[in-house]
Ligand binder design. Structure first.
Ligand code: ATP
Length: 235
């Protein structure tokens, strides 16, 4: 579904990612692990067209999306829920959600359907749909950030550290929602600090260190390999 080959990218001519190869299969949850600063956010921003790669190729469903504008990448079916959520705190929950679907604004019935699906996934957001997004708890705001990406009708959802700053019980709920979303056939590319929990829900995993893939494999295998756990996952 998503094939990244030899990808290098960074900031001000300094590469942060060095010839990275990653594949996310159709319908899988693929998790990207790695310490702070290892390059996960840079990778996601490059996939989404917000950073131009200095080398390499990104293909989605067999078509190159390398160096295409961010709006074209959303239209191709990739939606990105960024680290830190970036909601509009004074706008209502519903308005924040609808913003994700702006590329689909010509198709109002589909947009309504997507919004209803988000409310079905997160019933609390339906209850609070008229409240300012900034008045919600951290976990609920994260639901809005994920829901906003879903209203773009993606086939691949990129989630950058959705559980950041959330209490353990809320982290569990957010990851359960990721599984629910994946069950509907949407592929998920997920960056997570909670390595064990992320690997438990994922199909495949990649470990990034200093902008390089140092390890990859089936999530189950990564989870149960004691060397891997000690060296890379801090377990
Ligand atoms: P985190 O979990 O902290 O977000 P990450 O794995 O997502 O970590 P990145 O945010 O991609 O890592 O950062 C990778 C490297 O790029 C770091 O060394 C960081 O300092 C650098 N970097 C990130 N954003 C910028 C920027 N806007 N300008 C310059 N350097 C940056």
């Amino acid at each position: 579904m998503l094939t990244i080959t030899g990808l290098s990218a960074g900031y001000d001519a300094i590469d942060v990612l060095h010839s990275v190869d990653i594949t996310a299969e159709q319908g899988d949850i693929t998790v990207l692990l790695g310490a702070n600063g290892s390059g996960k956010t840079t990778m996601f921003r490059t996939i989404s067209g917000l950073i131009r790669p200095t080398a390499g190729e990104i293909a989605f469903d067999g078509r190159s999306i390398t160096r295409r504008p961010a709006s074209a990448i959303v239209s191709a079916g990739i939606a990105h829920s960024p680290e830190g959520r970036h909601l509009f705190p004074k706008m209502s929950v519903e308005k924040n959600l609808v913003l994700g679907g702006y590329t689909r604004r010509r198709n109002r019935s589909r947009q309504r359907e997507l919004l209803d699906q988000v409310f079905e996934l997160f019933p609390i957001l339906h209850q609070k749909r008229h409240d300012p997004a900034g008045s919600l708890s951290g976990g609920q705001q994260q639901m809005v950030a994920i829901g906003r990406a879903l209203t773009a009708d993606p086939r691949l959802l990129i989630l950058d550290e959705p559980s950041m700053g959330l209490a353990p019980l809320v982290v569990k709920q957010v990851l359960e929602a990721v599984v629910e979303i994946n069950r509907t056939g949407i592929g998920v590319l997920l960056a997570e600090q909670n390595a064990t929990q992320a690997l438990r829900i994922a199909h495949r995993g990649y470990v990034l260190a200093e902008g390089r893939v140092v390890l990859s494999g089936r999530a189950d295998d990564l989870l149960h390999d004691s060397d891997v756990r000690a060296a890379y996952l801090g377990m």
